[in-house]
Design a protein around this ligand. Structure first.
Ligand SMILES: [Zn+2]
Length: 432
């Protein structure tokens, strides 16, 4: 055996993979033919990975070790020293270099025969022709905006006459000990936009809980942050980066925690809560990336049914903060999804709001999250963010009440520079 001298022959590495690909299994279809054809499809499949960070490093390594040989990766970031604890394709000497480039070269060195083509830049730099060349796309991103963009792009690319234009999108996401992996078949299954409410901003703890009955260390810290600071240091502007300020909050929170017999208040938790930092956890990234690559492998080889087949489960959520829990379910398409649906979404509004108040509410709504919207009705322009002349001309509308601008049940179109799509809303007046 060649293992004696530490060298593995090229096929040795794929021994277990070959077993899966060269004989039928309990989940393969009757007409599935194992062997050469499947292996060569896997090797020639073109896969795009978006993101070369915590999830991306795992995904690139997993794909290469699963037999994919033509991988592309996009990332706009450079390597920071704080990435090194989990983004294991990077070394101290790589700090400052582009992530996509370094990750690609590392995996190519370790897994002979794989080709990884990096692009250091934004996904928005690329057009439809570029995305059309891939068999599937895997996202390992932390930005919701970037995921909404690529989702809208892939839904928009689908041409019903050409089945090849439908590119499976595998999306992984993590937040601390929680994460999810999902497969989106654009226009066939629920899309990222349909599922946007799964990313609703986290509910704030009611002030009364903070003031009266804290139950968690975080409540004590929020109490120090919101109430104690205001009472005792009014006039001082809290600076999250000032160690004296954080120490003060930490000690206040610690004293309060003692009073209520709560443990767990630490300096770094205080910093995390005040700055709203969710720690990136290497094991969560590893689990979610593994799940995504498992789906990619199943889609490429048909060795097993994959997530996302219409009317079956398409969404796997994972929670690792209190033992280990996963739940896999079907997230259903929304007929009024602004990206893949046909209907305008009903939006209940207060007609006495000004247009500005309505725009502010669009930024907060979980299903919209639009920060710089341009709004128009069939008949008129309500507000344009640009060009400057149009902005100036429509600016007076911001102070007008909605009932002066639109009628009950009227449809408006909202666009936002961050997205390629128009959102259609039907405004319904509440408490007329
Ligand atoms: Zn949708």
């Amino acid at each position: 055996m060649s293992e004696m001298n530490g060298v593995t022959t090229s096929r040795q590495r794929w021994k277990y993979l070959d077993r899966v690909l060269s004989r039928p299994g309990p989940f393969t279809d009757e007409d599935w033919v194992p062997g050469e054809e499947v292996i060569s499809f896997l090797e020639s499949a073109k896969v795009l990975v978006i993101g070369a960070g915590g999830l991306g490093c795992e995904i690139l390594k997993n794909l290469a070790l699963s037999g994919f040989k033509d991988i592309h990766v996009i990332d706009m970031d450079t390597i920071d020293v704080s990435n090194l604890n989990r983004q294991f394709l990077f070394r101290q000497s790589d700090v400052g270099k582009p992530k996509a480039e370094v990750a690609a070269r590392f995996v190519e060195r370790r897994v002979k025969g794989v080709k990884i083509t990096p692009y250091c830049g934004r996904i928005q730099d690329k057009d439809e022709d570029y995305y059309m060349q891939f068999n599937m796309i895997i996202c390992g991103l932390d930005s919701i905006e970037a995921r909404r963009w690529i989702n809208a792009m892939l839904v928009g690319m689908v041409d019903m006459e050409n089945p090849e234009s439908m590119k499976p999108l595998i999306d992984g996401g993590t937040e601390g000990f929680k994460g999810q992996a999902r497969v989106i078949l654009p226009t066939m299954t629920s899309c990222f936009e349909c599922q946007l409410d799964m990313h609703a901003p986290r509910a704030a703890v009611p002030l009364c809980t903070l003031a009266t009955i804290p139950r968690q260390p975080q409540h004590c810290i929020e109490w120090a942050h919101i109430i104690a600071w205001e009472e005792e240091r009014k006039g001082d502007i809290l600076d999250n980066d000032d160690p004296e300020h954080i120490t003060w909050l930490y000690q206040k929170a610690l004293a309060r925690a003692k009073e209520f017999n709560i443990s767990g208040v630490t300096y770094s938790l205080t910093q995390g809560v005040v700055k709203n930092i969710i720690p990136a956890i290497a094991s969560t990234n590893a689990i979610i990336a593994a799940s995504c690559c498992n789906e990619a492998f199943k889609i490429a080889t048909n060795t097993n049914p994959y997530l996302g087949v219409p009317e079956t489960a398409n969404y796997m959520m994972y929670s690792g903060d209190d033992s280990i829990y996963t739940y896999t379910f079907e997230h259903q398409r929304k007929e009024d999804c602004p990206v893949c649906g046909n209907l305008a979404k009903d939006l209940e509004i207060n007609a006495r709001w000004t247009l500005q108040e309505f725009i502010d509410s669009l930024a907060e709504r979980a299903e919209a999250q639009l920060k710089k919207p341009t709004l128009r009705t069939e008949k008129s322009s309500l507000y344009y963010q640009s060009p400057p002349a149009l902005e100036e001309a429509t600016r007076p509308n911001l102070r007008k009440k909605l009932f002066d601008l639109v009628s009950d049940g009227e449809e408006i179109a909202v666009s936002d520079p961050a997205f390629q799509i128009d959102f259609k809303f039907r405004l319904l007046f509440r408490d007329k």
